[in-house]
Design a protein around this ligand. Structure first.
Ligand code: 3Y8
Ligand code: NAP
Length: 247
């Protein structure tokens, strides 16, 4: 009998949770607990870290998990590395459910950078109006360029003082749409966007809006991960979970 642990926090994970619930599958959904009130899922849900690789191994054994689907965000690299190590150690089958990276289209003005520090370096010296669509975990690296006006889009109101002297906060939770992101960029007179190459549809609207407004995007490449099986299609994940175990 398959008992699945689904590591979530993305649009794809939410879709897969619905498919598993509709199939009456024995599955547990897992959030890191990054936001105050995560979207409720149609599966039994646990919230919070496991306690590193050792904690994750203990959880897999204690909960008799037979399959792990890593549907975390492409930038949740630490979790994905821990999952690979723990599934190697226990022999529990693992697949990543991951959306392909975004590709620049005709008319896009993307500046590709390797990491957050390079994203800061890619911004001009003269004061601009920058939409930081990267959440709150990496804001401090931008403090070396305080001259810009920054627009931050966060899931929860910041609890500590922000490291940027000139910034506005927009509280919102994805997935986002084109009309909303066009209005956001126009209202705040944005000149540059900084984004992670999240892929998927949940955070894509700002890319289309930037193209329509002819704005440059500093696009941060995904972190490298050790090789693992990656599936990009929900039906493939369901087949991996249920047809494989029939074999
Ligand atoms: C807690 C679950 C769904 C999932 C929706 C996707 C991502 C749409 C767009 C912009 C970019 C950003 C951020 C973003 C989006 C999805 C997806 C999305 C980006 C929730 C969620 C959790 C998180 C964590 C949160 C991070 C932050 C990142 C904001 C739930 C809503 C910037 C990433 O306050 C914090 O600490 C927030 C932290 C990690 C990045 C960061 O470093 O700050 N997401 N986002 C998950 C958990 O606890 O395990 O709360 O409901 C999920 C989603 N947020 O249900 O459809 O494409 O699927 N989330 C990025 O992608 O760049 C905003 O503004 O355009
Ligand atoms: P991360 O840096 O890769 O992970 C740091 C630690 O957080 C992990 O080692 C683990 O703690 C815990 N953790 C992460 N994801 C978890 C999950 N789904 N369930 C239980 N514990 C989890 O992770 P992150 O980038 O902060 O992302 C956290 C969550 O937000 C993930 O669910 C991710 O899908 C979602 N998210 C992230 C982004 C982003 O830009 N990073 C964007 C959208 C959504 P222990 O070591 O204690 O087990």
């Amino acid at each position: 009998m398959t008992r699945t642990l689904l590591l979530g926090g993305t649009t794809e994970a939410t879709r897969l949770a619905r498919a598993l619930a509709e199939a009456g599958a024995d599955a547990v959904f897992s959030y890191a607990g990054r936001t105050h009130s995560p979207v409720a899922q149609p599966l039994p849900t646990r919230v919070g870290g496991f306690g590193g690789v050792a904690g994750f191994v203990d959880y897999l054994r204690a909960e008799a998990i037979t399959h792990v689907v890593d549907a975390t965000h492409p930038f949740a690299a630490q979790m994905s590395r821990n999952v690979i190590a723990a599934c190697d150690a226990t022999g529990v089958p693992l697949c990543a459910f991951e959306r392909p990276a975004w590709q620049a289209a005709e008319g896009d003005r993307w500046i590709h950078v390797a990491d957050m520090a390079s994203a800061v370096a890619a911004l001009p010296e003269t004061p601009m109006r920058v939409f930081l669509a990267i959440g709150k975990q990496n804001l401090n690296v931008f403090a070396v360029k305080p001259q810009h006006h920054y627009l931050l889009r966060l899931v929860d109101a910041p609890e500590t003082e922000l490291p940027l002297p000139d910034c506005a906060v927009e509280l919102a939770r994805g997935p986002f749409d084109l009309a909303g992101d066009l209005e956001l960029l126009r209202h705040h007179r944005i000149t540059h966007i900084v984004a992670k190459n999240a892929g998927g549809t949940g955070a894509m609207a700002k890319l289309t809006a930037a193209r329509k407004l002819d704005l440059p995007i500093v696009m941060i490449n995904r972190p490298e991960l050790p090789t693992r099986q990656v599936l990009g299609d929900l039906a493939e994940v369901m087949a991996w979970l249920f047809h494989a175990s029939d074999a």
